[in-house]
Design a protein around this ligand. Structure first.
Ligand SMILES: CC(C)(COP(=O)(O)OP(=O)(O)OC[C@H]1O[C@@H](n2cnc3c(N)ncnc32)[C@H](O)[C@@H]1OP(=O)(O)O)[C@@H](O)C(=O)NCCC(=O)NCCS
Length: 234
């Protein structure tokens, strides 16, 4: 696979669960999902037959959320829709870092560890960047910025299909916005991902124009429109 190969992005959850995140996976037949508290994402093949959905229902249990992320497969009719959100998948081309990118200097960026999880959960509760659970941090590197000892901004790596790393949980406390914290963290993660020979990508909902503008300023381009969908197992 070359670094320009975007096929792995067509099934980012399934590809992560079979590869880098295999140790965080629960699998049955052609279905897979993450361990509880890591993330709720689940995967079946894009052309899933009834047996794959039955496997997923058995893995998740009755009446559970099947968060299918961007998987386009259609579940059987007795799976009730829970949410349906339009969004986009963005990637930064290999040479995509804008040469005139200006970022704040003097901001200290630190790696967040297990002891930081309560503060990360607090920040997520205040800013709602997307799903984040007590063990989501185990999916990759999470970076933060503190002000007077308080965590005010963070971003980290989530899905890891081969050759790629998804940047996620990008959030800044309301009182610390507009200072370039998110730009600094996303650019730092993207630079680290690129340095290890992978490519950064991310997802954003279509209504989040502030985030889309930020990502475009950092050199990300829209690869495709996606739909995030969740269902309730029978
Ligand atoms: C989107 C979000 C992460 C942006 O955080 P932020 O730290 O304010 O972002 P930045 O400061 O890096 O950039 C925001 C704006 O501030 C401006 N800015 C950057 N550095 C600045 C500085 N030193 N001084 C003043 N303004 C600055 C930028 O130009 C940018 O404007 P733009 O959107 O027109 O490009 C934040 O609004 C947030 O937490 N939203 C809720 C959670 C969310 O939606 N996350 C994204 C999920 S995909």
């Amino acid at each position: 696979m070359t670094h320009d190969d975007t096929r792995a992005l067509d099934d980012p959850v399934g590809q992560s669960l079979r590869g880098t995140h295999a140790h965080l996976a629960r699998r049955l037949g052609k279905a897979a999902t993450y361990l509880p508290d890591v993330t709720t994402f689940a995967a079946v093949p894009a052309d899933a037959e009834a047996s794959a959905w039955a496997d997923l229902a058995e893995l998740l249990g009755p009446g559970a959320l099947a968060d299918m992320f961007t998987c386009p497969a259609t579940p059987p009719p007795d799976w009730d829709p829970v949410f349906h959100l339009e969004g986009r998948r963005m990637i930064r081309p290999a040479d995509g870092r804008p040469s005139d990118l200006r970022l704040p200097t003097g901001t200290e960026v630190t790696e967040l560890g297990p002891a930081d999880v309560p503060k990360m959960l607090d920040l997520v509760a205040r800013t709602r960047p997307g799903p984040f659970w007590p063990r989501t941090r185990e999916l990759g590197t999470y970076l933060g910025i503190r002000a007077n000892g308080t965590l005010v901004a963070m971003a980290g790596e989530r899905l890891r299909p081969p050759g790629w790393a998804e940047i996620s949980a990008v959030c800044t406390a309301p009182e610390a916005r507009g200072r370039g914290h998110a730009a600094r963290l996303v650019d730092e993660l993207a630079t680290r991902i690129t340095a290890r020979g992978q490519r950064p990508f991310l997802h954003v909902t279509e209504t989040n124009t502030a985030a889309i503008t930020l990502y475009e300023r950092l050199g990300f381009e829209t690869r495709e429109q996606v739909t995030f969908r969740g269902f309730r197992t029978p």
